[in-house]
Design a protein around this ligand. Structure first.
Ligand SMILES: C[S@@+](CC[C@H](N)C(=O)[O-])C[C@H]1O[C@@H](n2cnc3c(N)ncnc32)[C@H](O)[C@@H]1O
Length: 241
């Protein structure tokens, strides 16, 4: 059995494992719902809590994708009988046609990867004007190299970006930033998890370490929500007459 942050989330069936938790998702929906979405993709859907919420508030086509087999299994259990398509796959190579998705929700996923290829793939599958909601861990300027190393090792994440670096990456990735604001790095306190007599103590220790780290780095490590729109295709200005 693998012991890492993601396997801990799956083993304890933890839902809404992103800054701000489910309340941040619900709040974001108030903004998202103003746009027309035929198809919404939850990229790195984990155990499927956001998708479950979406089935309650929209009739859009809903798709969840995650590379982790255990996560997809748990999402399937949660969403049994609900109109959601679940796919095991990698965000680096999304199994969708270019321009076929209206909205991507990506909650605490991109940081676990090299940022640029993921944003580029999100941009490819979104239609021009499509919406990207990104919720990500963000490093404050006070985050030291030592802390970065510790956080990267513990979460096995590849990128702790500062606010400026996120904004720059989104611009490079051909997104217009509509709105962004900070979120608490923790979930919202009503985090859902399942502990049974079979629960491995190692994962409970892991969870305790996670809470401890979040608490001790609460000034240095925060969450941010970015609400972006894929740039419209560039207009060619033909000045010649
Ligand atoms: C911290 S969890 C967040 C899950 C969910 N978005 C939530 O808010 O509860 C990160 C998830 O992203 C998935 N993930 C990370 N990198 C991925 C990649 N390159 N392709 C597909 N899934 C990925 C992991 O398997 C994990 O389920």
């Amino acid at each position: 059995m693998e012991f890492n942050y993601t396997s801990m989330l799956a083993h304890l069936n933890i839902a809404s494992a992103h800054p701000g938790g489910l309340s941040a998702t619900k709040k974001a929906w108030e903004q998202l719902k103003k746009y027309q979405h035929h198809c919404i993709l939850d990229a790195g859907c984990g155990t499927g809590k956001t998708l479950e919420f979406l089935t309650e508030v929209t009739n859009s086509r809903l798709i969840g994708i995650d590379q982790d087999q255990a996560m997809i299994k748990l999402a399937k259990q949660r969403l049994k009988g609900k109109p959601v398509e679940l796919i095991q796959g990698k965000l680096q190579k999304l199994p969708f046609e270019s321009g076929s998705i209206d909205c991507i929700i990506s909650e605490s996923v991109v940081s676990f990867n090299h940022v640029e290829p993921i944003l580029s793939e999100y941009n490819r599958v979104l239609r021009p004007g499509g919406i990207l909601l990104l919720i990500e861990m963000t490093g404050d300027q006070t985050l030291t190299q030592e802390m970065i190393k510790e956080v990267e090792q513990f979460y096995q994440i590849k990128s702790i970006l500062s606010l400026d670096e996120w904004i720059e990456s989104l611009e490079k990735g051909q997104f217009d930033l509509i709105d962004y604001f900070p979120l608490s790095a923790t979930t919202d306190g009503d985090a859902e998890l399942k502990i049974t007599p079979d629960t491995n103590q190692i994962f409970l220790d892991y969870l305790n370490h996670h809470y401890h780290r979040i608490e001790s780095f609460q000034k240095e490590l925060i969450g941010y929500q970015f609400f972006c729109q894929k740039k419209m295709t560039e207009q060619t200005n033909d000045d010649s007459i």
